[in-house]
Design a protein around this ligand. Structure first.
Ligand code: GDP
Ligand code: ZN
Length: 350
């Protein structure tokens, strides 16, 4: 066959890559997956291959179902812990009850997802355990935060078809605290994926819950689902200056108005348009304390410029520049001790 054999890397095992061939090709060849090595040329140029990468395979051996990856397409993002390329969205699962829905914990997940630049689909599971009114209360509450969530039940199959439609294309990674029904949901979405429900150490050997291993499961002809503990890390990954942008409520305020100081942290500065009586403002303040500590620890171990540079390319993630940068020349800076921020602005001014 002369056509390019293109596909998606669905698993990396030692030095082998499992490649799911694109659906039309798979139909034409009669095989859907090939176990591939990486061409020596790619190794020589240091070209890594990650789960989620779009690749071209050469020299297929249809008997042994083997091949060699000859080319890796430019990836549009790369998440770390575990490394996974070309992610389109995060499916965040929380339970409405059992365990009780903790708004602060939910906020923490949402901030981490927002910091990654990926869109979120939020599913509130176990709606069979509560009344419709209680479910609506939570959906409305999240709506005021700026999020559309859906109430689902893996027991009743409620909301599952709609969810399938939403994630039918591209790569979705599932996230959420334990006990909320993620494994049950994966089993519903992908029958036969053999993820055991309710067990802590799952899939011994493959280590589903280690941060290094990741595998894409096929949802449909064009959709994949990965179970990733990455966003489950309790540490907030956001930079202090970007935190407000991880709250849609604050973002909305900053679209129409600007704070007096371009580097306003929205605490007690005069002329702040973000500080206010929106529900999650207290979360913002608490998270800011956390990310500040985290970020000052980081900058203490490296020169300010270096830490900023690496931040801009970290993990190849979509980088969101602070909107307030645009107006920096028109407004004054507090010029206080946050060297990192000042270095960023100066660098940007060049
Ligand atoms: P995970 O830790 O997020 O993967 O959660 P599991 O899928 O292991 O589910 C945790 C517990 O919640 C199990 O006992 C499931 O049977 C239960 N569970 C999952 N989905 C539902 C649901 O829709 N309704 C109810 N009532 N229980 C559920
Ligand atoms: Zn402000």
């Amino acid at each position: 066959m002369n056509t390019n054999l293109t596909g998606t890397v669905v698993a990396v095992e030692a030095n082998f890559y499992r490649v799911r061939l694109d659906v039309e090709l798979a139909k034409a060849c009669g095989h859907s997956q090939l176990l591939c090595v990486r061409r020596a040329r790619l190794k020589k140029i240091g070209q890594q291959v990650y789960v989620g990468d779009r690749v071209t395979v050469e020299e297929p051996d249809w008997q042994g179902l083997r091949g060699a990856i000859a080319h890796v397409e430019l990836r549009y993002n790369l998440l770390d812990r575990p490394p996974i390329a070309n992610v389109d969205r995060v499916l965040l699962v929380f339970a409405l009850t059992d365990p009780e829905l903790d708004p602060f914990q939910l906020s923490r997940f949402l901030v981490n997802i927002a910091a990654s630049g990926l869109p979120a689909i939020i599913c509130l599971n176990k709606c069979d355990l509560i009344s419709d009114e209680q479910a609506i209360y939570w959906l409305d509450r999240l709506h005021t935060w700026g999020y559309d969530a859906m109430a689902i039940s893996t027991y009743m199959g409620k909301g599952i078809e709609l969810l399938k439609d939403k994630i039918a294309q591209g790569v979705t990674i599932i996230s959420g605290p334990s006990g909320v029904g993620k494994s049950s949901l994966i089993n519903l979405l992908i029958p036969g994926s053999e993820i055991r429900v309710g067990s802590v150490s799952q899939r011994v050997g493959l280590g589903r819950h280690t941060t290094r291993h990741v595998e894409l499961f096929e949802l449909s002809d064009r959709g994949f689902l990965a179970d990733s503990p990455g966003f489950t890390q309790p540490t907030l990954t956001c930079e202090p200056a970007n935190l407000a942008k991880c709250f849609p409520e604050a973002q909305r305020l900053l679209i129409t108005e600007s704070c007096q100081f371009y580097d306003c942290w929205h605490l007690d500065e005069p002329g702040c348009v973000v500080r206010g009586d929106w529900e999650r403002y207290t979360h913002y303040c608490q998270f800011l304390g956390e990310v500040e500590t985290h970020s000052s620890k980081k900058s203490a171990s490296s020169a300010p410029e270096t830490s900023l540079k690496s931040k801009a390319i970290a993990g190849g993630k979509v980088q969101q520049e602070p909107k307030l940068l645009k107006k920096r020349h028109r407004r004054q800076s507090r010029r206080f001790e946050h060297q990192n921020l000042d270095a960023l602005y100066q660098e940007d001014d060049l």
